[in-house]
Every structure is written in C-alpha cells, then in structure tokens.
Design a protein around this ligand. Sequence first.
Ligand SMILES: Cc1cc2nc3c(=O)[nH]c(=O)nc-3n(C[C@H](O)[C@H](O)[C@H](O)COP(=O)(O)O)c2cc1C
Length: 161
Amino acid sequence: MSVAIVFHSETGNTEGVAKRLASACGGELIPVRDCAGYNRITMYLRGAARARRRELARIEPAVIDISRHSLVVVGSPVWAWSPTPAANAAIAALRGCEGKKGIVFATCGGKPGETLVMMKDALAARGVDVVGAFPFARKDLRDELKLAELVSAVKQAAGQG
Ligand SMILES: Cc1cc2nc3c(=O)[nH]c(=O)nc-3n(C[C@H](O)[C@H](O)[C@H](O)COP(=O)(O)O)c2cc1C
C-alpha cells in the first residue's frame, strides 16, 4: 500500500517531520504552498486570524489527487490553536480520498489546542477513516521516539508493520 504525505510548512518544522516520515516509510511527499506568501510578521498579523476563522487558503497545487495511494497523511503547523488555512485547503483539495485511511499530525510550540480534532473532522467529512493523530511540540521535533510512534502508526495503517 502506498502513502501520500500532504503537508503545509512555513518555517520548516512540519516539512522536517514529513521528510523524516517519508524516509522511514516511503511514500509521496506533497508539499502545499499558501499563495498568500506570508513573511514572519504577516503570518501572525493575517495568518493566525485566518486560521482561527478556519479559512481555506488559495494553495498550490489547487487539486491533490491521491487516487493511487491507499493511505493519506496530512501534516499542519498549529496557528492560533488551529490548522493553517493552507492545511484546511489541502484537505478540501484531496481527490480520490473517499474510503481510505488517514493519519494527521501537527507541529507546534506546545499548545496544539483543537488542531488535530479539526483536521480529523475535516478528513472524516471527506470520507477518510482517520486512525491516528500525532502532536509534535517544539521539544518533540528532535525526539526519535516521538517520530517512531508516527512511523509505526503509518506502517501499521499501510499494512507494512
Ligand atoms: C501565526 C502563528 C501562530 C502560531 N500559533 C501557535 C499556537 O496556537 N500554539 C502553538 O503551540 N504554537 C503556535 N505557533 C508555533 C508553530 O505552530 C510552530 O512553530 C510550528 O512548528 C511551525 O510549523 P512550520 O515550521 O512547519 O511552519 C504559531 C506560529 C505562527 C507563525
């Protein structure tokens, strides 16, 4: 079974987890870019409010076809205790996801709030059976055991474990 690893990352943390996951499990990395083109200031001034309002960003790619994959992993940074607008849009942009398994993860400073629940609910509304949710606080980013938990869940869901 193959894995699609869809992620948004502005400052590299979520990308880092996604890439380490891909090296451990294989799969297709699908980075999603927010066309708003935030900088470190506008992320807080505009991005956080948009995340709080659960907005969907304009993203590249606009459509994410995962028909040939059996499992979808979605990763998001936490902005204002929520998934980012780009991650919300990525879930809405999925094609061929119905009836498949999913796993979500989020990276944050330490307070993920309802982020993982919102991601799970959004994926479930797209017909995905979410079988795992993993928060990574800043202190967890270099913790091999934390990553191993995610890797193990992905391998199990993908039938590799
Ligand atoms: C606009 C903004 C809002 C944030 N809000 C939160 C938050 O509510 N809780 C938290 O723990 N961290 C928060 N953070 C920290 C990020 O979640 C954390 O640095 C994350 O790993 C960034 O992911 P990235 O490097 O993939 O972009 C926020 C960061 C930004 C830029």
